[in-house]
Design a protein around this ligand. Structure first.
Ligand code: NAD
Ligand code: LMR
Length: 334
């Protein structure tokens, strides 16, 4: 009897630990839909909550027919819809907001997306203050500081739980390198640091197995402006959605692996970072070790060469402005 109840308790606690509700805000969009599909295919996700200002129930009904174990529910902007989508979430992914059109920078999205992200961050701070928040909406360099300020204003800010998703930059870097070196991209592990727009994106090829590439200006430009290639090719119909969905799903999977006890899970991500705080840069993307508490350890940038030193200088000045802009927005528009 005693043994049976002990076994039962153990079985319960093991499965309770592995119950993972994941919420997508902006789930009916270009990123939101394939991202929701990829999350439905992830056995670590047990409950999928899909919220959008329009169309989430339809996406949820569709995705819910995929024959994996997780449950899927769509939520609408009713008085309780957003709060119910967020309650109990372990991971919240935010791809809500407008994408670029040709000729625009990510910063041109600020006026529209800042208030969308601010309002969604308020809802997260109220309904799931302990969730891991993964911000995809651009400009990431500013929307992440916006979330931080909102959480601070509500007294629930935990810097270990807030992530700007920069995974797509390393996904691109490894693919582009493999095209040049005729290798399998899975074998290419390229560190990319900084932020997520133009010159704030800094690939560190000197640390890869192809240090010669650090003087390849064309490749560096391609990694920094890879998003533009897609915006141009889509010709007004938006920006990267499918590769982004893959990158976002990878980041969510890494967080869940770490939350479920796996050690040594490392992802590049834009976080509240100690690395350059002395230079007034509060957020920075670098390799981060993930754990059950979110950010376990922000890893140092490491040795860089002279070319990369210059790239970092250019990154700092833009990044600082982008971060300030986000903070000021919340101060002026709480
Ligand atoms: P999209 O227009 O196709 O989809 C956005 C979705 O957000 C829409 O379904 C819309 O209804 C929804 N939405 C708008 N306001 C909302 C709100 N208040 N609450 C909930 N949902 C809301 O755009 P997309 O192509 O999916 O891109 C979304 C964002 O992701 C853009 O800002 C884009 O720049 C960014 N993005 C970031 C990365 C990255 O690497 N971090 C990569 C690609 C795109
Ligand atoms: C990307 O890198 O593809 C995204 O940030 C979308 C964009 O605007 O380029």
């Amino acid at each position: 009897m005693f043994m049976a109840s002990r076994i039962q308790t153990r079985a319960f606690s093991a499965s309770a630990r592995n119950l993972s509700k994941v919420t997508v805000l902006g789930a009916a969009g270009g990123i939101g839909q394939p991202l929701s599909l990829l999350l439905k295919l992830n056995p670590r996700v047990t409950e999928l909550a899909l919220y959008d200002i329009r169309g989430a129930p339809g996406v949820a009904a569709d995705v819910s027919h995929v024959n994996t174990k997780s449950t899927v529910k769509g939520y609408e902007p009713t008085p309780t819809g957003l709060a119910n989508a967020l309650k109990g979430a372990e991971v919240v992914l935010i791809p809500a907001g407008v994408p670029r059109k040709p000729g625009m920078t990510r910063d041109d999205l600020f006026n529209t997306n800042a208030s969308i992200v601010r309002d969604l961050a308020k809802a997260c701070a109220e309904s799931c203050p302990e969730a891991n928040i993964l911000v995809i909406s651009n400009p990431v360099n500013s929307t992440v500081p916006i979330c931080a300020e909102v959480f601070k204003s509500k007294g629930v800010y935990n810097p270990r739980r807030l992530f700007g998703v920069t995974t797509l930059d390393v996904v691109r870097a490894s693919r582009f390198v493999s095209e040049i070196k005729k290798t399998d991209p899975a074998d290419e592990n390229i560190t990319v640091v900084g932020g997520h727009s133009g010159v704030t994106i800094v690939p560190l090829f000197s640390q890869s197995r192809h240090p010669d590439l650090s003087s390849n200006a064309e490749l560096i430009h391609r990694v920094q402006f890879g998003g533009d290639e897609v915006v141009k090719a889509k010709d007004g119909a938006g920006s990267a959605t499918l590769s982004m969905a893959m990158a976002g799903a990878r980041m969510a999977e890494s967080l869940l692996r770490a939350a479920q006890g796996e050690k040594g899970v490392i992802e590049p991500t834009f976080v509240d970072s100690p690395l350059y705080k002395d230079q007034g840069i509060d957020f920075f993307s670098s390799r981060v070790e993930l754990g059950p508490n979110g950010v376990e350890k922000v890893l140092p940038v490491g040795k860089v060469d002279a070319v990369e030193e210059k790239l970092l200088e250019a990154c700092f000045s833009d990044l600082k402005k982008n971060i300030e802009k986000g903070k000021e927005f919340v101060a002026k528009n709480p």
